[in-house]
Write a protein that binds this ligand. Structure first.
Ligand SMILES: NC(=O)c1ccc[n+]([C@@H]2O[C@H](COP(=O)([O-])OP(=O)(O)OC[C@H]3O[C@@H](n4cnc5c(N)ncnc54)[C@H](OP(=O)(O)O)[C@@H]3O)[C@@H](O)[C@H]2O)c1
Length: 255
């Protein structure tokens, strides 16, 4: 499949997990990949090497998207490579945190919102001059945006602050879609359930694995590639009439 041949695609947080798999899927579809990373330089470079070895085009770009200047710094690096045309942006970089309500700190809360909401908000602002008719943005949300995940209780760790960042991003997706639609720019979210990555380290325990499988209709752990294939579809012309949507990619979680 070469549905994205000749297109440029930025993937944030492409060094690991869902972002890496998405970069590989978009490269397989023919896109020139701008693989963003935060700290994992070696992993990002090995991704770029892998894509190039398979005949694709890729560059690695670095910026800490939790900082106030991160989004602008990344957009400038993107501009230096693509000029005035970016076709696909996948806003994937994110962090998570589980804690009891009593244990959350202001710093935890601010880090979560800076990385998962403020970063994407200003990245879209800064990328806008490079987006145009036919461009599209896909944001990685979460099952947690629409449902309570885990065991609710004051003595149990919960991801409520993380989940609220994903609620905020889904609201932004609808607003971006409405505002940018008249320019021919589509904006969608995908909302993964539990996906086996560094972030979901609880799936490495038997209890965590059972909890994940217990809420899913399909009885295996989700893989980064399960999400990446849906993002690649949303980025393609096959999804030309989809905007403002959030697509669950969760093996039928909490039906
Ligand atoms: N795994 C799940 O079960 C799951 C479920 C639903 C939604 N999601 C969402 O899917 C996305 C990817 O998650 P994942 O599971 O693939 O996570 P992951 O394996 O922990 O990877 C996170 C990625 O985000 C980047 N990142 C984090 N903070 C950053 C910062 N301040 N600046 C720049 N880059 C930063 C990391 O880059 P470096 O390592 O280079 O710093 C890394 O590439 C996230 O938005 C997450 O909320 C995940």
């Amino acid at each position: 499949m070469t549905t994205l041949k000749g297109k440029t695609a930025l993937v944030t947080g492409a060094s690991r997990g869902i972002g890496r798999a998405t970069a590989v899927a978009l490269a397989r579809a023919g896109a020139h990949i701008l693989a963003h990373y935060g700290r994992s330089a070696q992993e990002a470079e090995s991704l770029v090497t892998e894509i190039r070895a398979n005949g694709g085009l890729a560059d690695a770009l670095s910026a800490d998207l939790a900082t106030t200047q991160g989004a602008a710094m990344l957009a400038e690096q993107v501009r230096l490579i693509v000029g005035d045309r970016l076709d696909v942006a996948v806003l994937n970089a994110g962090i998570s945190k589980a804690a009891r309500i009593a244990d959350y700190t202001l710093e935890d809360f601010d880090n979560l919102f800076a990385t998962n909401v403020r970063g994407p908000f200003f990245l879209v602002q800064q990328l806008l001059p490079m987006l145009g008719e036919g461009s599209n943005i896909t944001v990685i949300s979460s099952l947690g945006a629409r449902t309570v995940v885990g065991k609710p209780g004051v003595d149990s760790p919960s991801i409520l602050a993380y989940a609220s960042t994903k609620g905020a991003i889904e609201t932004l997706v609808k607003n971006w879609a409405a505002i940018l639609g008249p320019l021919g720019i589509r904006v969608n979210a995908v909302a993964p359930g539990v996906i086996d990555t560094d972030m979901s380290n609880f799936t490495k325990t038997e209890a965590g694995r059972e909890a994940a499988l217990g809420m899913q209709a399909l009885k295996r752990l989700g893989k980064p590639e399960d999400v990446a294939d849906v993002v690649a579809f949303l980025a393609s012309d096959g999804a030309r009439w989809i905007t403002g949507a959030s697509i669950p990619v969760d093996g039928g979680s909490k039906l």
